[in-house]
Design a protein around this ligand. Sequence first.
Ligand code: GDP
Ligand code: MG
Length: 299
Amino acid sequence: MPEEQPHVAGFVAVVGRPNVGKSTLINALVRAKVSIVTPKPQTTRHRILGIRTEERSQMVFVDTPGLHTNARKAMNRLMNRAADNAIRDADLVLFVVEANRWTAEDAQALKRIGAAGKAPVIAVINKIDKVHPKEELLRVIDEMTARFTFAEVVPVSALRGENLDRLVSVIPSYLRESPPLFPEDAVSDRSDSFRVAELIREKLTLALRQEVPYGLTVQVERFEREAEGFAIAALILVERDSQKGIVVGKGGALLKKAGRAVRLELKEQYGVPVHLELWVKVRDNWADSEEQLLRLGYD
Ligand code: GDP
Ligand code: MG
């Protein structure tokens, strides 16, 4: 009888500039929504794990905030540091780029990866659904290959689920021999109330016409299972009075719209009704104070 393959496990840091599709990719790879997604950059602020368990392997994907060129703001510095730490601790790095767009920010991100860690790097060329004609992709792959000594270059569409099987099949060979690091049915390391806070942030970001750049954070104050369903109360913190007005909307319209979207998605997820209370409060200059950020859990 042939000897059984050893079980492997490890951390896979997913890095790249904002908006290339890192969170979408992780959600697709773990087949669950563990990280929120919007068309606006800087949606992901926290380090979030997405876990995929296979027969002989467990891949722990680390979603990172996008790498930023402008490190002046405390928030950006913290986000870069989070990405650096994830790269340093990783067994493997997925460097995600857009197939139809290579910018100075991508080049900077790649430089940072080279400087931060020794782990092998797989280039994931995402959004191939946007490449026309298809032959164009060969040129994109060639250009990518020339930029760094990548372990692999894998074109995918995270949104359409194209070529993800290929990515999943090459990853285990870069992990270490190890039993599973997390329970085999886990898809994330985060609590339900954290995921709800993130979901509220996603729906608000989607409902807002303009960006509230760093000015918005959500804290779940109450999360209880009751006879008829869940009772949730959350506090939305903004930087200024003017932002409070924007988030609440005319006659509370925006808050209601976002709240409805949150309730619908939670109801689908949990299969029971959700009673949701949202409050908006102004907190002074929190995005510029590192201490404040750390206390709110941006570690
Ligand atoms: P992140 O900032 O790198 O985490 O990027 P997100 O995952 O939040 O995605 C940013 C935007 O790109 C969202 O509007 C996604 O729907 C979109 N997106 C992600 N992957 C793909 C893809 O494969 N194809 C296309 N067309 N859009 C994508
Ligand atoms: Mg993201």
